[in-house]
Write a protein that binds this ligand. Structure first.
Ligand code: PLP
Length: 387
């Protein structure tokens, strides 16, 4: 039996999402008969170039910005790295970077590498709800700060940061402001408009698009230095022959996300809430991690007292439930989540945390099924650890 025939409950949408069949349909011609190089002047090339421009419009429409402010990349990681790189290149005399302790490794790891090269990085802490202190943020910016990078939504807890408020503070100080919006795009409305955000990262596979493609929003008033040099693609902002099918897929995924935005805020949120309330009612010793009011509509991060997430995932897998312990990129590592630790959670609470993240492809029947299975799984794990 192939994996496709097995009915499993996929609650790991912050790791990646199921590609929408309409996205696959839109991509297929660009993987088959429409194989032109967008930089080539021939008919097939021009068609591909036009398809990229159409995708740029679709992504810009979702983000409420201008198409010329969108540069296609290979995904969220590249977009994050490109924004950091550009801000430092454009401000060579400034050697200070500010970010938060709860960012994704696509920001934290390049920051670590920059520290080794002589940059100073300040990591803003969060409170027990996973929220930032705006006064701390304002005070940490210095005349030699080149860039502030603060994510829009946390991948582990779904906690939302007040990005527009932050943009105003930063704008007044003349510091570049990057936001990693990989988890937010497609899940909550975003209107970039006249905001003071300099850069924003997007990844297609988090919004029912393909993997290996994303975008970097570059504010039209923000000076930019590319990360990759080579051909003149993307108006000299990102060299390399474009991933045409992937870009078309991202465009279609963005168009669909705009159509499903209300659904996300109502139906997907209701599924998440039904799951979360059901777990709290049926299983004792469960705590919700992260600010419940300022949170993505699809994410639930729960700590189960007396349970090791690693063992829980094995039993969930057997019950055909896909979820995560902290972020997917940390899978295989026994270290407790850096996000939960930054929120002041004990090691035990952090190690017992599971992330369930939902999408428009989930159904109420799946939630019911999971709620039937989960109490038994948790009880079994607790019995085993008491032996
Ligand atoms: N930033 C955040 C917040 C993420 O959740 C992820 C993916 O998990 C990334 C960046 C990396 O994106 P990509 O997988 O497209 O490189």
């Amino acid at each position: 039996m192939s994996l496709r025939d097995e009915p499993f409950l996929y609650f790991d949408n912050n790791a990646t999402t199921r590609i929408d069949p309409l996205v696959v349909e839109a991509m297929l011609p660009w993987l088959t008969e429409l194989y032109g190089n967008p930089s080539s002047g021939c008919r097939l090339g021009k068609l591909a170039a036009n398809a990229i421009e159409r995708a740029r419009e679709q992504v810009a429409a979702l983000l409420g910005c201008e198409p010329r402010e969108i540069v296609f990349t290979s995904g969220g990681t590249e977009s994050d790295n490109a924004a950091l790189h550009s801000a430092l290149q454009m401000n060579p005399e400034r050697k200070h970077i500010v970010t938060t302790a709860v960012e994704h490794s696509a920001i934290l790891k390049p920051c670590e590498a920059l520290e080794k090269r002589g940059y100073e990085v300040s990591y803003l802490g969060v409170d027990s709800q996973g929220q930032l202190d705006m006064i701390d943020l304002e005070h940490i910016l210095r005349p030699d700060t080149a860039l502030l990078s603060v994510m829009m939504a946390n991948n582990e807890t779904g906690v939302l940061f007040p990005i527009h408020e932050i943009a105003e503070i930063v704008h007044a100080k003349g510091v570049f402001f990057h936001t990693d919006a990989v988890q937010a795009v497609g899940k909550i409305p975003i209107r970039l408009g006249e905001s003071g955000i300099s850069f924003m990262s997007v990844s297609a596979h988090k919004l029912h698009g393909p993997k290996g493609v994303g975008a970097l929003y570059i504010n039209r008033r923000t000076a930019f230095q590319p990360l990759l040099f080579g051909g003149g693609q993307e108006s000299e902002r990102r060299a390399g022959t474009e991933n045409v099918a992937g870009i078309v897929g991202l465009g279609k995924a963005a168009e669909l996300a705009a159509q499903f935005m209300e659904y996300e805020a109502t139906v997907v949120k209701a599924l998440r809430d039904a799951f979360e309330n059901g777990v709290l009612e049926r299983i004792p010793g469960v705590q919700i991690n992260g600010d419940r009011t300022q949170r993505l509509p699809n994410t639930s991060n729960l700590s189960f007292k007396g349970v090791e997430a690693e063992s829980a995932l094995l039993l969930l897998e057997r019950a055909k439930i896909c979820a995560s312990a902290g972020s997917a990129c940390m899978a295989g590592s026994l270290a407790p989540s850096h996000v939960l630790r930054a929120m002041g959670c004990s090691n035990e609470r952090a190690r017992g945390s599971l992330r369930f993240s939902f999408s428009r492809f989930n159904t109420p029947a799946e939630i019911e099924k999971a709620l039937e299975l989960l109490p038994g799984i948790i009880a079994k794990l607790r019995d085993a650890s008491n032996c």
